[in-house]
Structures are given as structure tokens and as C-alpha cells.
Design a protein around this ligand. Structure first.
Ligand code: PLP
Length: 345
């Protein structure tokens, strides 16, 4: 196996062009696509290409942990917008108020990691309008865009602009990791204007050279093959979601919003413990369940729970969380071949 083209093998780029036309109703050219080492790398390159020291990037809380860190790595300034009503949906005026003359971009991730929220089409439309009016980029992190529950359909972001692909402010980021569970293949991509793609190509040329052609061929197979696995995945995680939410709703004091997509929920545990680090560590040590402290996502008092696993595994995790938190639980439970004894109140 030899080096491959820096921007991706032509057959994979063609598959991404077709994917974009089918899923976004947008006709683009292979010159509008660049393949990178996962969506995380795509985003990193995008920020590297566009963010100068001091530039501000608006990030909507709750947010994926890597966004602010990556912006800081560029010597940029993450500007966090937190909905005042404590929901997972900012208002357009909250976003607009955060814009300054240094704002370069807004990052939107819907369906969202960590909350599972899916932004209403009207909100996305208003964000597109705002970005065009203020001439700032809209980075659409669409890594979960196929994982939406209850049969809901969302409008592709390009529906909200009259601009063509060369002049639009929208840059779409996507990849294989979530819809096909192909996390280790490390394939992500960006759809943007040719000039941006060329700049990112220069960055990749001097950094990673190219993606593994083996993984790129696998990616092409995933994108062009039978897509029923994606529907199956959505069914499985929707069933898991229903079970997890029901269990969470039965814990006194816990507040949880119904996730509309992705495979996470972000319940508010602040009535039980305001410090999400302490609570996550408690659940890890006592119940052997991994949750992620909401603090890392800009949502202190919450815990992120992933329900991407098999139904039994997810149910087991919920049983253990409830056992650890309920003071009236039995003193002992069996976890695998371990007997765990309650030594706390
Ligand atoms: N964007 C979001 C919101 C994510 O949650 C993740 C992974 O967790 C990524 C991007 C990165 O995906 P990839 O595995 O393609 O780098």
C-alpha cells in the first residue's frame, strides 16, 4: 500500500459527493471535499485554517469537550453561550448578543453531544441568516445527523441559504464514527468552498500526508453499501433511550430532558450532588459505571450518560446507578463476579 492523495482517494471523495447530494440536496464537486483522520481532525484543520490569535468562536453549551480546547490551541477565544432558561436550546438573541467584531465562527452540533438535543429547523435557519448577515462561518458538526429518533426528519442546513457552495458561510463536518460505529477507521470529512479545502489540503500535506487508503476503501464501502445498519442502530439506541429515561425519571430529584438524537442524555443530578466530578467518581468507584461529569461540557450538576451499548449492558448500568443512589437499596449487589457492598448512605 502506497501514499494516497492528500485530500482523499477519488472514489471516496466521489462517494462523499453523492452522500452530500442524497442527504443534503446539495450538488458539490470533489474539490469541495477533503477527507481527514476523523471528524475531530477535520474540525481541528478547519480551526487551524481559519482561526487567528484572538479570533472568537461561539460555542453553544452544552458542548462537546473538544471545541473550547481546540479553539484555545489556535490561540483563539471560545465564547460560550449558555441558554438562560436552562434548556439545551439557545435563543437566536442569546447567540447574537455574543457576536463581536472578533467573531469568526459559530459551531453547531445537532443532534448534540452531550445532550441529545436536536435543534428545530427554525433555529438552524435563524443561525444561518445570522452568520450570513454578520459574515461569520457556521461550522455544522453533523457527526450524529443520521441518528435521530421518533421518525423525525430535519432539514439539511443548505436549505436555508441561497448562496452557492463557493460563497456560503456554511462548512459541514461529518464522518463514519457514529453512524456506522467505525470509530477506529478514523475517517471524517469537510464540505466547504474550494479555497478552504485547498488550504486544509496544504495543512494535511505538511502534517499527516494522507489518510490510510485501507480505511478510505472501507469508508467508501460503508457509504455506498446497504444502509439498513444505520436504521437498525437508530432502532436499538431509541429503545435504549426509552429505557434509560424511564429509569432516570424514577430517581427522586433527577431531572432529565428527552433526547431527540445521538446516543446520550444529560440528566440534572444537582438535587443529589451539585459537583458532577464528585458524583461521576462516586458512580465509577461504587457502581463501576462510567458517566462523564457535566462540568466538562459546560453543564455542571449534570452527568452525561451514553446508551450506545447493547440493551442488557445499558440496563445493567442503570440498575447499578439506581442502586448506588437510592439509600433504600439492598446492602449488596452482584456486579459480574464481584459482590459490591454498600458502605455509604
Ligand atoms: N464531533 C462530536 C460532537 C463528537 O461527539 C465526536 C466524537 O465523539 C466527534 C466530532 C469526533 O468524531 P471522529 O471519531 O470522527 O473524530
Amino acid at each position: 500500500m502506497k501514499y494516497a492523495p492528500t485530500d482523499g482517494i477519488p472514489s471516496l471523495k466521489k462517494a462523499i459527493v453523492q452522500y452530500t447530494e442524497k442527504n443534503y440536496g446539495k450538488v458539490i464537486d470533489p474539490a469541495n471535499v477533503i477527507v481527514s483522520d476523523g471528524a475531530k481532525h477535520s474540525l481541528f484543520n478547519l480551526l487551524y485554517a481559519l482561526i487567528n490569535p484572538g479570533d472568537q468562536v461561539i460555542i453553544l453549551a452544552p458542548y462537546w469537550v473538544s471545541y473550547p480546547e481546540m479553539v484555545r490551541m489556535m490561540n483563539g477565544v471560545p465564547v460560550i453561550v449558555t441558554p438562560a432558561n436552562k434548556s439545551f436550546y439557545p435563543t437566536i438573541s442569546e447567540i447574537e448578543k455574543a457576536i463581536t467584531s472578533s467573531t469568526r465562527a459559530i459551531i453547531v452540533n445537532s443532534p448534540n453531544n452531550p445532550s441529545g438535543a436536536v435543534f428545530p429547523d427554525e433555529l438552524v435557519e435563524k443561525i444561518v441568516d445570522l452568520c450570513e448577515k454578520k459574515n461569520i462561518y457556521l461550522f455544522m458538526d453533523d457527526i450524529y445527523h443520521k441518528l435521530i429518533f421518533d421518525g423525525r426528519k430535519i432539514a439539511p442546513v443548505y436549505n436555508f441559504t441561497k448562496k452557492d457552495i463557493e460563497s456560503t458561510n456554511i462548512v459541514v463536518i461529518n464522518g463514519l464514527s457514529k453512524m456506522y460505529g467505525m470509530t477506529g477507521f478514523r475517517i471524517g470529512w469537510i464540505v466547504g468552498n474550494r479555497k478552504l479545502v485547498q488550504v486544509i489540503k496544504n495543512i494535511q500535506s505538511q502534517s499527516t500526508t494522507c489518510n490510510s487508503p485501507v480505511c478510505q476503501v472501507a469508508a467508501e464501502g460503508a457509504l455506498t453499501g446497504d444502509q439498513s445498519c444505520v436504521d437498525e442502530l437508530v432502532k436499538t439506541i431509541q429503545t435504549n433511550r426509552d429505557m434509560v429515561i424511564k429509569e432516570l425519571q424514577s430517581i427522586p430529584g433527577v431531572k432529565v430532558a428527552m433526547p431527540e438524537g445521538a446516543f446520550y442524555c444529560l440528566p440534572d443530578f444537582s438535587a443529589l450532588n451539585k459537583d458532577s466530578m464528585v458524583l461521576a467518581e462516586f458512580l465509577l468507584k461504587k457502581a463501576l459505571v462510567v458517566t462523564v461529569p457535566g462540568k466538562d461540557f459546560g453543564a455542571e450538576g449534570h452527568l452525561r450518560i451514553s446508551y450506545a451499548g447493547g440493551a442488557d449492558e445499558v440496563a445493567d448500568g442503570m440498575t447499578r446507578i439506581k442502586w448506588a443512589l437510592d439509600p433504600n437499596s439492598p446492602r449488596e449487589i452482584q456486579i459480574g463476579n464481584r459482590k459490591v457492598v454498600r458502605d455509604w448512605q
